[in-house]
Ligand binder design. Structure first.
Ligand SMILES: Nc1nc2c(c(=O)[nH]1)N[C@H]1C(S)=C(S)[C@@H](COP(=O)(O)OP(=O)(O)OC[C@H]3O[C@@H](n4cnc5c(=O)[nH]c(N)nc54)[C@H](O)[C@@H]3O)O[C@H]1N2
Ligand SMILES: Nc1nc2c(c(=O)[nH]1)N[C@H]1C(S)=C(S)[C@@H](COP(=O)(O)OP(=O)(O)OC[C@H]3O[C@@H](n4cnc5c(=O)[nH]c(N)nc54)[C@H](O)[C@@H]3O)O[C@H]1N2
Ligand code: SF4
Ligand SMILES: [Mo]
Length: 760
């Protein structure tokens, strides 16, 4: 049977899969791809349902909104011309800062974001709003101080460690590291290993824990501070490691030396005995690895949590060794590095928010648009994102999009955001074009998976790089083709050693300096067209990335058995990536080499971050501040839980779910009893921002006073009503409820009340 290799696009693991199609092109069988270097055949239940992504109701033609609010089909030429004219007009009237870009890739597609850099250049805007800046930017900011750059990131080797802490994450449902369920099961069953889970509820992962620390919602900072204080006050630090590998320990130590552990334990809800047990466990373990995610990121003290969590493995010496968290390489880094504002870093025009990792947070988007400020955002291009349902505060996000002078959505489906926009452009699905993600976060062996298309493009859809190229061309920045360079590129592919194309490109951009900033698009139309696959134009970027990678890591690339060196090694790595349809390893490091990835010149971890230490010192005061609205809104809602059948906004047809179709609200039996609610009853859930109707799920897995509902529900779909699509979680969230520094939302701490529905 014909099996085609690609990857699952439903979470950032992007497990390798093999798809078998029927004669109508439906994905009738999907299995794990054993050839994939990281997932090795592993998949979860979601991947087998990918036909619902490929064959959901799709966009087939560019659309323009009429005055009546309806959409009409228009040609690509019309769409591109009108959008380009408007972009030029807004740029030239108000300045490039009044144009912004949102999205740039979901869980499986990052080429759109990469090639959109050309459009952003043409628009003269630095503003990228992205989902990563509603979860990970606090981490990036902290990494910037500790390791020297905001785009240093570490891997989480759960399967290899003797002592594992899962902190605010539920890998059994959400994954987040390779072959997550198998790894968690192994740690859980192995008598020589210890699995510690920190969660507010007995999650699917917590049920497998050897030690379960049931923290109160949003109180992780107190728990982490207490753990660190116990270590410091009992001399459990790893002094040798601290002396050899770090700077500034003497500056941070006093901040932990006086923490009243018992008080912090009480505030966190975890007993002092358990805190002592885990603190000792970590410091005595041979290897310790930490896995953390949204439970501490989309929650109170988010950025401080990121700092304290890292200190936990740093002061105990569990870093940069086998079985511990280690910095890793990237074929191309997922994010960049933003300077601090006082050193000249870019800030936004209205709220003066700093960029982190070159990204800006979705939470401030309504504030930057929905205002009379002369420098507000007036044009927004949204690609592979659904801000109206996915960013905090659905109502505010929708109002903002509606206020724009130009709004463009590039998507595969008619989303809620598309319905608020002026132009909607149909993208090819992730199985119809060459694609890749940059979620390649492994160490010591890192990998890359360039996916080849497995299905034919639908209707008039285009791939995003082509859309951006056409827009840049129509804006008058660049010709649409480069015939001479394209001829040279063909020769270059026959004799790559001669470096004909790099030479020709160098000469061309010498005479046309403006083209220099569009080299990627030029490469796509020249080198890209000369590649041996008709769909591989976008791989031009991988050619650049592969050459850069071998410039940095030639020794580590060669360990894969390559005989070539220098430029030829770059060519060889590029070819291997291009032809390895199941993905391939790209480098092999030694553990000692992970220390070279630190970007401080001294290759040490700089432990002191003054702002974080001030925040730490302020924790007692913060604990006293009871929130006034807690009385009116007695429940803490976790607004966004990963479950068996949600995958952000990737699949709109609710029929893809085998269970929990409408995404029920979990509630403790005692709370249900108090409100006289039956299991499965539809109730009203109300926050200070909005309200939804939602089905209940009575379960002891959730403590009293806490409710939990999934995100990724409530999408309009033909033939379905709210009863089967479920509710949009962000109708309840507030974009102003967020971390003071990174502006990451408090989705895990949404105050709500519930009411029985009065029968009509
Ligand atoms: N099935 C599925 N998997 C997914 C996704 C999906 O949509 N569906 N999305 C992917 C994406 S984009 C992401 S970012 C990841 C996120 O993956 P995770 O962060 O692992 O998933 P969540 O379910 O959001 O939250 C993790 C845990 O945090 C706990 N928690 C809530 N509040 C607190 C708190 O105050 N403290 C602590 N310690 N824990 C708390 C929750 O009970 C939950 O068990 O998942 C990825 N995987
Ligand atoms: N309240 C609450 N809100 C949340 C969360 C939560 O836990 N609680 N989780 C948050 C998290 S962690 C994340 S990462 C975000 C994700 O939110 P978003 O950044 O919006 O990302 P996705 O859900 O992946 O959006 C995918 C969009 O891309 C479209 N798409 C799919 N394939 C393609 C393609 O090939 N090309 C194009 N152009 N479009 C495509 C889909 O149709 C969909 O509209 O949601 C966040 N929202
Ligand atoms: S949803 Fe994630 S873990 Fe499951 S198969 Fe897809 S990529 Fe792998
Ligand atoms: Mo995410």
């Amino acid at each position: 049977m014909n099996q085609q290799a690609t990857a699952c696009i439903l979470c950032n693991q992007n497990c390798g899969i093999l798809i078998e199609q029927d004669e109508k092109g439906h994905y009738k069988k999907i299995i794990g791809d054993k050839e994939h270097p990281v997932s090795e055949g592993y998949i979860c239940q979601k991947a087998t349902r990918l036909d619902y992504y490929q064959h959901q109701k799709r966009l087939t033609s560019p659309l323009r909104r009429k005055a009546s609010g309806e959409y009409e089909e228009i040609s690509w030429d019309t769409a591109i011309k009108e959008i380009a004219e408007k972009l030029v007009q807004i740029r030239d009237t108000y300045g490039g800062h009044s144009i912004a870009y949102a999205g740039g890739g979901g869980q499986g597609n990052h080429f759109g974001g990469v090639y959109a850099s050309a459009l952003r250049t043409a628009c003269q805007t630095p503003y990228i709003y992205a989902a990563l800046a509603q979860e990970k930017t606090g981490n990036f900011w902290v990494n910037g101080f500790l390791f020297g750059r905001q785009n240093t990131n570490y891997c989480e080797p759960v399967a290899e460690a003797e002592y594992v802490m899962v902190l605010g994450a539920n890998p059994v449902q959400a994954h987040g590291f390779p072959q997550a369920r198998s790894a968690i099961n192994e740690v859980s069953r192995n008598p020589n290993k210890t699995l510690v889970v920190v969660d507010i509820r007995r999650s699917e992962t917590a049920k497998k824990a050897d030690i379960f620390l049931q923290v109160k919602p949003g109180k992780d900072a107190y728990l982490l501070a207490a753990l660190l204080a116990y270590i410091v006050q009992n001399g459990l630090e790893n002094q040798d490691f601290i002396a050899l590998r770090t700077l500034g320990y003497e500056k941070i130590k006093p901040h932990f030396a006086n923490i009243p552990i018992a008080d912090y334990a009480r505030i966190s809800g975890v007993s002092i005995d358990l805190i002592a047990q885990v603190a000792k466990g970590i410091s005595e373990a041979k290897t310790f690895a930490l896995r953390s995610d949204l439970g501490i990121e989309q929650s109170h003290n988010s950025t401080l949590n990121a700092y304290l969590a890292r200190l936990l493995f740093l002061i105990t010496g569990h870093f940069g060794r086998e079985g511990t968290n280690c910095l890793h390489t990237a074929l191309f880094p997922l994010v960049g590095h933003s300077k601090e504002p006082k050193k000249g870093g870019v800030t936004t025009m209205v709220t003066k928010m700093q960029g982190i990792g070159k990204l800006f947070p979705p939470n401030i988007l309504p504030l930057e648009i929905n205002t009379d400020h002369p420098d507000r955002i007036r044009a927004l291009i949204v690609d592979s994102a659904n801000p109206v349902t996915n960013y905090a505060n659905t109502q505010a996000q929708r109002r903002a999009i509606e206020k724009l002078e130009l709004s463009v959505v590039v998507d595969v489906a008619m989303t809620e955001t598309a319905r608020a926009a002026q132009y909607v452009l149909p993208a090819q699905s992730q199985f119809e074009k060459m694609e890749a993600t940059f979620f390649n976060l492994e160490f010591p062996d890192n990998f890359f998976h360039l996916r080849h298309p497995v299905s034919k493009p639908l209707g008039d859809s285009l791939d995003e790089p082509e859309i951006y190229h056409r827009l840049v061309t129509a804006m008058g920045e660049l010709p649409s083709s480069f015939p001479i360079l394209a001829q040279i590129a063909k020769l270059d592919r026959r004799f790559p050693k001669a470096k004909l194309l790099p030479l020709a490109l160098g000469i061309t951009t010498f005479f046309r300096p403006k083209w220099k900033q569009y080299q990627l698009l030029i490469l796509k139309e020249t080198l890209g067209k000369a590649l041996p696959y008709p769909h591989a134009k976008v791989a031009a970027f991988i050619w650049v990335a592969a050459h850069r990678y071998v410039q940095k890591y030639s020794k580590q690339v060669k360990r894969l058995g390559f005989k070539e060196s220098g430029y030829a090694l770059g060519e060889a790595l590029f070819k291997r990536i291009l032809h390895s349809k199941s993905g391939t390893l790209i480098s092999k490091h030694t553990y000692e080499e992970s220390w070279e990835l630190i970007r401080h010149k001294d290759k040490k971890v700089h432990l002191e971050i003054p702002l974080m230490l001030m925040w730490l010192d302020d924790l007692p005061a913060r604990a006293l501040a009871t929130e006034a609205h807690e009385k009116e809104f007695p429940f803490n809602l976790q607004a966004g839980e990963r479950r068996t059948y949600n995958a952000n906004a990737a699949i709109r047809n609710p029929e893809w779910r085998k269970n929990d179709m409408a995404g029920a609200l979990k509630i403790h039996p005692e709370d249900a009893k108090q409100y006289e609610i039956e299991n499965g009853e539809i109730i009203r859930c109300i926050s200070s921002t909005g309200s939804i109707n939602i089905k209940t799920w009575i379960t002891e897995d959730i403590p009293q006073g806490i409710l939990s509902m999934p995100h990724g529900y409530g999408f309009q779909y033909p033939g379905h009503s709210e009863e089967t699509t479920g509710a949009i979680v962000n109708l309840l969230t507030d974009h102003q409820e967020c971390d003071p520094l990174a502006k990451t939302p408090y989705h895990k701490n949404v105050r709500v009340k519930i009411e029985k529905l009065v029968p009509a």
